[in-house]
Design a protein around this ligand. Structure first.
Ligand code: FRU
Length: 496
């Protein structure tokens, strides 16, 4: 191992520290991880090390735009309160001069091992631009990391025939009884994405095993940021395809994240795909990664942003947030997502209203704010539209609209204060839940933070996430319908 922290890393750590001093904590989300300063994208290295949860992320601390990628770093004991740590890696070697791209982490014999994609970026003698992507290793003590002297650990030589070295990234590592495994995204000879499986006994020498699955033009082009894990009886391959086309309401155009459900024959390394669903139906969600918590829960976190319809605040020196970490379970053949239960440690000021019949726009005393967990149960449905307005005042309005006739839920940020012509509305199909034999309920749980909302429908059957940069004084919450609706409302403020 190369024992010294590079000068470049020492320098960026200092720059980061100084820049952060100028950022007021009041401008940050209350319970969502946000970029310490500058740009953040994908979650990386989401893992347990020495009994704490670590979260690294794609990071460009020098500006609020994407640039040469570093690994920023946070840790937490409960997924909600995060402590920021100094930058873990900078692009300071020949084999990662174009960036330390996404990857994962694992604890091995008391050391924290990071596996990431190094991008080699250079100009050839004929003046043309060339880059390659390879897999690299670093190790550390939970704060300081050093890169392996013999990087890369996986290069072009270990690619299957036709695999493109320009799109070969985002390794996710885990351990099995017979050694370490990793999955990594790659572009196949047909130009579409595929997921490659590798095995190693010692973390340093890796062998290509098989292609686990591939797009073949069905689900987007390049497949980024894979994850692969058992969930109850199923095996899930989680991927983030680029260049997807919408199919009804199930997927939307552009960069997307999907669950491939299937079975896995571990002996022969055969993944059999059975079905595919979108992970999040909102405007801002990409590159999720999971870990297995200390008590055995599969927890997923994602970048809460869109590559294409990217929005950020002109008045903040940071750009980028993560979703709430979400627990995954399978119910009725579908992956349900619920906010980590640790969120309840931070609940305050509980307010409940029961059996309220509303016929016009109305607010409820005590229900307002910009950092809360709000659950609405709709108990009867004599209306065509039911809407929840939040982050609203005379000037601003975020809307969640349920169209009963069409069984459709729309998130709309048109009036959130945006001055850019970006995508503002997204819809998803939803169903009511059976309550008793002939009663139905629709549950809408809104996790609202300063600049985001995550809507969990029917205990997490479907989710939609969106960000908005509405001024914080817009903290109203209103309920509205064009007919009559009876609702229960439960609210907790969240204070961290
Ligand atoms: C996904 C992604 C990854 C890559 C990283 C670069 O959002 O494109 O494939 O490693 O971002 O920042």
């Amino acid at each position: 191992m190369n024992q010294k922290m590079s000068q470049k890393l020492q320098m960026v750590r200092k720059i980061e520290e100084n820049k952060i001093k100028n950022i007021s904590e009041d401008t940050r989300p209350i319970y969502h991880v946000s970029s310490p300063v500058g740009w953040m994208n994908d979650p990386n290295g989401f893992s347990i090390y020495k009994d704490e949860y670590h979260l690294f992320f794609q990071y460009h601390p020098f500006s609020t735009a994407w640039g040469p990628m570093h690994w920023g770093h946070y840790k937490s004991k409960d997924f909600i309160r995060w402590e920021q740590l100094p930058i873990a890696m900078a692009p300071d070697e020949n084999y990662d001069n174009g960036g330390c791209y996404s990857g994962s982490a694992i604890e091995v014999n008391g050391e924290h091992i990071l596996i990431y994609t190094g991008v080699i970026d250079h100009y050839l003698d004929d003046g043309s631009h060339d880059y390659r992507q390879i897999q690299c290793l670093a190790k550390g003590d939970g704060k300081d990391y050093i890169k392996y002297r013999h990087n890369p650990i996986i290069s072009g030589e270990q690619l299957p025939e036709g695999g493109n070295i320009k799109d070969f990234r985002d390794p996710k590592i885990w351990k099995e009884d017979d050694g370490y495994y990793l999955v990594v995204g790659n572009r196949a000879i047909d130009g579409y994405g595929q997921i490659l499986l590798y095995r190693s006994a010692n973390l340093k020498d890796w062998k290509f095993i098989t292609v686990l699955d591939s797009s073949q033009g069905e689900y987007g082009k390049m497949w980024e940021c894979p994850d692969f894990f058992a969930l109850d009886e199923k095996q899930i391959l989680l991927i983030s395809p680029q260049d997807m086309r919408a199919q009804g309401y199930e997927f939307h155009n552009g960069n997307n994240s999907i669950f491939l459900y299937g079975t896995y024959d571990k002996e022969n390394h055969i993944f059999k795909r059975e079905k595919v669903t979108a992970i999040d139906y909102g405007l801002d969600f990409y590159a999720p990664q999971t870990l297995l918590s200390k008590d055995g829960r599969r927890i997923m976190i994602a970048w809460m942003q869109s590559w294409d319809a990217h929005i950020t605040s002109e008045s903040h020196d940071w750009s980028g947030m993560m979703t709430i970490p979400r627990e995954l379970t399978i119910k009725n053949g579908r992956i349900y997502q619920t906010p980590v239960r640790e969120l309840s440690y931070y609940y305050q000021n509980k307010i409940i209203y029961r059996q309220q019949t509303i016929k016009e726009m109305i607010d409820f005393k005590g229900i307002s704010g910009r950092s809360l967990d709000l659950e609405i149960e709709i108990l009867d449905f004599n209306f065509e539209h039911f809407a929840v307005h939040f982050a609203c005042n005379e000037q601003y309005d975020m809307e969640l609209i349920y169209n009963h006739k069409r069984n459709c839920l729309t998130i709309d940020r048109t009036h959130s204060g945006l001055v850019r012509d970006v995508v503002c509305r997204r819809k998803m199909k939803i169903n009511k839940m059976e309550m008793n034999s002939n009663e139905e309920v629709l549950k809408l749980r809104l996790l609202i933070d300063y600049y985001s909302v995550e809507v969990f429908v029917n205990d997490g059957e479907k989710v939609m996430s969106a960000i908005f940069f509405t001024p914080l004084e817009a903290d109203g919450i209103l309920f509205d319908t064009d007919g009559s609706a009876t609702i229960n409302v439960t609210k907790y403020d969240i204070r961290v």
